[in-house]
Design a protein around this ligand. Structure first.
Ligand SMILES: Cc1cc2nc3c(=O)[nH]c(=O)nc-3n(C[C@H](O)[C@H](O)[C@H](O)COP(=O)(O)O)c2cc1C
Ligand SMILES: C=C(O[C@@H]1CC(C(=O)O)=C[C@@H](OP(=O)(O)O)[C@H]1O)C(=O)O
Length: 359
């Protein structure tokens, strides 16, 4: 698989840089006959769109998607679905002074180390803006999965070290998009104001829940469902760890505390997060992604230069205070793309007419 393509049977290829003319992608493998509502795709994009909210970069983009192929009279034709999103508000002058410096925490140095030539404007392809195409791919996967009664929700579970209450998987229908609890949001807003004043940035944790996944999805060894979901989320810039179910906490449990019977009624804690042996067990799939603080801070820092020196430098321009909450729809999209792919892989794993799995 090339570095620009995600998935095997239901796949997404993306292209584009943050300061080029456009970004976009191609979805392969989406079956024919699905009603693809452009407005629903746009709704997901609007959740990620920059220029709105207290933590967001002030860069204003309309992020209007143009669907280019694979859809006729609002219905998928089974052919590749191509799409593009224009860049409308680049301010390339912000990056002129950064041609020869490598921002700490960003991918400037590693892109140079890999390619020896890079588009330094806005981080080029390493920009968080690249995630716009993933949201379109996820919205298309969402339509396909809805036919199979599979849905995903994602929300901010922790921001700037302040936790919101975790939502129980059986309460998922009450799940709001970004934040479960208005009183916690007030604390979050206060933290943003403080950190902005200090010229600093914040990270957080996003929880993703996927409901309706039948037992049996996931390949037994390398393409385990948990491995694929983790890779999908880790492929998003700024994501530093992914845990499934009770995750890291499992290391501190005893076997008797950790074990649970197959339990579609969800009376147990779902320590396994809906996956055992790399294969879904029919319980909701629950995963969490930890997101680091935005590297481009407004404080003066010591930066490495192309001349192999260190120099004090203050990064200017328009940056997010946090990738949260804009990263929430991106992570949901990556989870949906993964499940869509695993569903198609599973179809090729069983003979026609073999009985469905039951718990
Ligand atoms: C939605 C989103 C928005 C982001 N916004 C910014 C930003 O405004 N400024 C910045 O320096 N990094 C931003 N980042 C983070 C960088 O893109 C990311 O740290 C960089 O690509 C390096 O990758 P790594 O952190 O995974 O090592 C953003 C990431 C995402 C996903
Ligand atoms: C534009 C978006 O986010 C950008 C992500 C980003 C980065 O370094 O990741 C840096 C900033 O880019 P610029 O300096 O060009 O404004 C953000 O605005 C977007 O998400 O659509």
């Amino acid at each position: 698989m090339s570095g620009n393509t995600f998935g095997h049977l239901f796949s997404l290829t993306t292209f584009g840089e943050s300061h080029g003319p456009a970004l976009g992608g191609v979805v392969h493998g989406c079956p024919a006959g699905l009603h693809l509502d452009e407005a629903a795709v746009q709704q997901e994009l609007d959740r990620r769109r920059p220029g709105q909210g207290k933590t967001s970069t002030p860069r204003r983009e309309s992020d209007k998607v143009q669907l280019l192929s694979g859809i006729f009279e609002g219905v998928t034709t089974g052919t590749p679905i191509g799409f593009s999103i224009a860049n409308e508000n680049q301010r390339t002058s912000d990056y002129e002074a950064m041609r020869g410096i490598y921002r700490p925490g960003h991918a400037d140095f590693t892109y140079m180390a890999k390619y020896g030539h890079r588009d330094h404007r806005g981080g080029g392809r390493s920009s968080g803006r690249e995630t716009v195409s993933r949201v379109v791919g996820g919205a298309i996967a969402q339509v396909f999965l809805a036919q199979h009664n599979i849905q995903a929700q994602a929300y901010t579970q922790e921001f700037g070290g302040i936790q919101a209450e975790t939502i129980a998987p059986d309460k998922a229908h009450e799940l709001p998009y970004f934040a479960p609890d208005p009183s916690v949001v007030e604390l979050w807003d206060k933290r943003v104001s403080e950190i902005k004043k200090a010229g600093d940035t914040l990270g957080g944790i996003v929880e993703i829940q996927i409901h309706g996944v039948p037992p049996g999805l996931g390949e037994p060894v390398f393409d385990k469902l948990d491995a694929r979901l983790a890779a999908a989320c880790m492929s998003v810039g700024a994501v530093k760890s992914v845990e499934i179910g009770c995750g890291r906490q499992a290391a501190r449990l005893t076997g008797s505390e950790n074990n649970e019977p197959p339990d579609p009624a969800l009376t147990h804690r779902n320590n396994a997060g809906g996956i055992l042996g790399g294969i879904s067990n029919g319980a909701p799939i629950v995963l969490r992604a930890a997101v680091k603080p935005i590297p481009s801070i407004a404080q003066e820092q010591e930066v490495a230069t192309a001349e192999k020196t260190l120099a004090p430098f203050t990064i200017g321009g328009r940056h997010d205070i946090s990738a949260i909450p804009r990263i929430v729809p991106v992570l949901k999209a990556m989870a949906l793309l993964t499940i869509a792919d695993m569903l198609l892989l599973q179809r090729s794993a069983r003979s026609e007419g073999s009985p469905p799995a039951t718990v």
